[in-house]
Design a protein around this ligand. Structure first.
Ligand SMILES: *Cc1c(COP(=O)(O)O)cnc(C)c1O
Length: 382
């Protein structure tokens, strides 16, 4: 009651994996020494392993958006026609970045809470001159996921490269980078990778490197070709974020020890249990048709501002959960599952949600939502 532990429960930044946090204390190291070169090489190799690709992977010292920008500025030409899927705030970011660099995006939008149907993308790809497709694997602002496989496969026989913002897709859904033809796949440290914000990374296909050869857009700090050449030698173009790379090395070891399929299944089970719990409590999902496993967006009860729920979590329990972004603010709240979340976290979150709803006069039978989570756990644990 009087002691409240602060808990970070948002879909980025996510809860930190303690050994990865402690690893940052070894940051009194110079980045051009053999000791650090070994760390850098291990990070690149392990990133490839958890992403499941032998293609180039480069870490970058920036948040996820920096890698999104680099994927535009290094691989496209001014005036390139590209297809952009926009199903939420992060899809809108693709539109803004491609426009900022003078590309000509054909925007396929979906209403918030819906995915852009793959058919619409496939149809656009039959038109000549499309040089790229930009999408979110998981649109964190609404909780929806896209059919990455169908889009990747459809683009494979075209001139277009597929650029996937998988910042909350990695670690929450299968993504077969090479098998599905995902030319550029972008991740970020503060999502499923369980470490603080400040690092991003991207994988690059041979087809994307061909695009890079003819790119005419300005860039300097984010020179991906040079970055890839250096990464192969355990180096980065400029001073890397040593602390975060030490941290990431530790987190990757943990992810490898669990196995990526188990790591993904973990998020998927938590998402399934959350959907069951909120429906038991009479709440509605914001993205009922294509819900991803990174985050579950839930509509606040009719007539209640979702900020009341977010504030209830913070003030009563010290728990930081996410409100809606942009025009969704006040309408939805978001429960995260990606990275270092376990069932005990979810038992607590749902028990807290029941208490908060009851305090607002919503009729709640205590334990009903929690029992739904327990049933999913029991079924999965056997
Ligand atoms: C978090 C996130 C990003 C990156 O945001 P940054 O604040 O730049 O790290 C991009 N796309 C999606 C889908 C995200 O969830």
């Amino acid at each position: 009651m009087h002691i409240r532990k602060t808990r970070l429960l948002t879909p980025g930044p996510t809860p930190l994996y303690p050994p990865a946090l402690h690893a940052m204390m070894a940051a009194d190291i110079h980045h051009r020494t053999q000791d650090f070169v070994a760390v850098y090489k291990a990070v690149v190799a392990d990133l490839k392993e958890v992403m499941g690709t032998s293609w180039d992977v480069v870490p970058l010292a920036c948040s996820g958006t920096g890698a999104m920008e680099a994927s535009v500025s290094n691989f496209f030409r001014k005036g390139d026609r590209v297809v952009v899927l926009s199903a939420g705030k992060f899809g809108e970011r693709w539109v803004q970045i491609t426009q900022a660099y003078g590309l000509e995006p054909v925007v396929l939008s979906a209403e918030y809470g819906q995915a852009v149907p793959a058919d619409r993308v496939v149809e656009e790809l039959t038109k000549p001159g499309v040089r790229g497709v930009f999408l979110q694997a998981s649109e964190t602002s609404t909780g929806v996921m896209h059919d990455v496989e169908a889009i990747g496969r459809a683009a494979a026989d075209t001139e277009a490269i597929v650029v996937v913002d998988a910042i909350t897709g990695l670690g929450t859904m299968p993504l077969e980078i090479e098998g599905w033809g995902l030319d550029i796949v972008i991740g970020g440290s503060q999502k499923a990778f369980m470490i603080p914000p400040g690092l991003a990374f991207m994988s690059i296909s041979p087809k994307a490197w061909k695009h890079e050869e003819t790119s005419d857009l300005p860039h300097y700090y984010f020179s991906i070709r040079k970055e890839a050449a250096n990464a192969a030698k355990g180096q980065s173009n400029y001073t890397p974020s040593t602390a975060l790379l030490l941290s990431l090395a530790e987190a990757l070891r943990y992810m490898k020890s669990l196995g990526m399929d188990k790591f993904i299944e973990n998020a998927q089970l938590l998402a399934k249990a959350t959907r069951a719990a909120v429906s038991e409590l009479g709440l509605k999902l914001f993205a009922p048709d294509n819900p991803g496993a990174a985050v579950t967006a839930v509509r606040a009860p009719e007539g209640m501002d979702s900020g009341v729920i977010v504030k209830g979590f913070r003030d009563r329990f010290g728990a930081i959960i996410a409100n809606g972004q942009g025009s969704m603010k006040g309408k939805i709240f978001r429960i995260a599952h990606l990275g270092y979340f376990d069932f005990p976290d979810l038992f607590a979150v749902i028990a807290e949600l029941e208490l908060i709803l009851a305090s607002q006069g919503v009729p709640v039978e205590y334990g009903k939502g929690v029992a739904a989570v327990q049933r999913v756990y029991a079924e999965a644990a056997g």
